[in-house]
Ligand binder design. Structure first.
Ligand code: NAI
Length: 449
């Protein structure tokens, strides 16, 4: 789907602006391919590289999705994607044959193409050569993502616990990475730790019949999450503070959901959400903790109010609500929790010790909540956005904003929809084997790991 990009990206995307940027060596971001239910999964054939049952299984899945699959590159044929299956890797010396084939095919990639690796995570129990080979993929994907141009991305899937390359959860991650849903995800990995649901997924309405709550849904990223979950078939309870009541009602009406005016720092917020969900819909399936605030100050100038309010809204409320949800029989059938973190919680940010504490805290919470959710067949994950074009980032002074916006491999800011798509992916039944992940939606921001 073609969306309006920022003014600079529009300017350098065609005609005079394009020529000028090229001549002056200025950044040339392209308008990213974003998901639309009617658009094809990929623009062009997909080249599947790698030998063995893993690669064959993945090629078969792609054929079942009616993709144009190639097992060998045809010189000069334009490609929509390259999928590299390296699940049998045992030594770094085995990398060259496949990776140099990838390299030779890169020139034939279409705009907004995808490169996706499927491999195994390195573990301390692996033989050193095996661990070296497996960890090598990490360096390859992160470097290749920085080399690709024209909106193309490189991402990887890690098959934990001996999972097959065509396990349902790995395939759901593959579809996410190939599609326009992952437009602003670059240089990242998703780990699939169990096979997940074997039911035939409904890729167009994956959340059909699900009941979801989204906090901070009156505007910005939260409103985009609410709209995206509804687009994918969920019934959405939109939560925000009473002061945002009008906007909240507008979002809820637009998506035929319900609005719940609530400050999530209230001690009974979790129970109020559950009561609302149960009264109206009989249960709750998906929780999206999106509401968040910033109160930036250098630590030397920080005061109690700024510190405490950020911790209260961004992390303490989530911990308390999760406790309530996990104790309830009404949140028990394949439940999903997805939290919005931030790259500030990974890389740190000047003036944001309080915010980074809360967002790094969210990631810690997600990892240790995963076993509790697993007991009831559920998952918990976090999405860490980088620079996203919202009211929050529009307030940043022009020069600082322009730098922050371009400092990533895609040379542009992301859109609220990009964060929303990642959240909708984690909520899908097909992603039932994907848990305890922190997925950055940051265009491979140059800060952080
Ligand atoms: P925003 O400020 O536009 O929207 C946040 C919403 O949360 C508002 O509607 C607000 O009323 C609501 N909210 C705040 N406190 C609340 C409370 N106590 N109870 C209920 N609702 C409350 O922010 P934006 O940009 O949409 O951010 C959403 C999330 O994404 C936040 O967690 C933020 O930290 C995170 N994020 C945003 C990034 C960006 O570039 N915009 C980057 C990284 C993370």
């Amino acid at each position: 789907m073609r969306e309006k990009a920022d003014k600079y990206t529009e300017f350098v995307s065609r005609g005079f602006g394009k020529d000028l940027a090229k001549r002056l060596g200025l950044p040339q971001p392209v308008i990213l391919r974003r998901y639309s239910p009617k658009a094809p999964l990929l623009e062009g054939p997909v080249l599947v590289l790698g030998q063995g049952a893993g690669a064959d299984g993945v090629a078969k899945v792609l054929l079942d999705w009616h993709q144009d699959v190639r097992r060998h590159a045809t010189p000069k044929e334009k490609l929509g994607a390259i999928v590299v299956v390296l699940d049998e890797l045992e030594h770094p010396e085995q990398l060259s044959a496949t990776m140099l084939t990838v390299g030779a095919a890169l020139r034939d990639l279409n705009k907004n193409a995808r490169v996706v690796t499927i491999s195994r995570p390195a573990a301390t129990s692996d033989a050193p050569a095996v661990a070296a080979a497996r960890n090598g993929i990490d360096g390859i994907v992160r470097s290749l993502a920085k080399e690709l141009r024209a909106g193309a991305t490189a991402n990887g899937i890690l098959l934990a616990n001996g999972l097959a390359a065509n396990a349902a959860s790995a395939i759901s991650a593959l579809r996410f990475f190939l599609s326009g849903r992952s437009a602003f995800v670059d240089g990242q990995f998703l780990t699939a730790s169990s096979a997940g649901s074997q039911d035939q997924p409904d890729w167009e309405k994956p959340l059909k019949g699900s009941i979801a709550v989204v906090t901070g849904a009156a505007r910005g990223i939260g409103a985009a999450i609410a709209r995206t979950l509804a687009r994918d078939g969920a019934t959405v309870i939109a939560v925000d503070v009473p002061a945002a009541g009008d906007h909240l009602a507008a979002v809820a009406n637009e998506i035929r959901g319900t609005a719940l005016q609530l400050d999530i720092t209230n001690p009974d917020a979790g129970q109020r959400i559950l009561d609302h969900a149960v009264q109206r819909y009989g249960r709750l399936d998906i929780v999206v903790h999106n509401a968040g605030i910033t109160r930036d100050k250098l630590l030397a100038n920080m005061d109690n109010a700024k510190w405490d309010s950020v911790i209260a809204v961004n992390i303490a409320s989530q911990l308390r609500m999760n406790e309530t949800f996990l104790a309830s029989p009404d949140f028990a059938t394949n439940p999903r929790i997805i939290s919005v973190a931030s790259t500030s919680g990974i890389a740190g940010n000047r003036g944001q010790t309080n915010y980074a504490a809360s967002k790094a805290g969210v990631m810690g919470m997600v990892r240790s909540t995963a076993p509790l959710l697993a007991e009831r067949g559920g998952t918990v994950n976090a999405v860490a956005p980088g620079f996203i074009e919202t009211d929050m980032t529009a307030k940043i002074p022009f020069a600082t904003r322009e730098v922050a916006r371009r400092l990533n491999s895609l040379q542009q800011g992301g859109r609220p929809i990009d964060v929303a798509e990642a959240i909708a992916f984690f909520a899908q039944p097909a992603a039932a084997g994907v848990t305890a992940n922190v997925l950055r939606v940051c265009g491979q921001n140059l800060v952080g790991q």
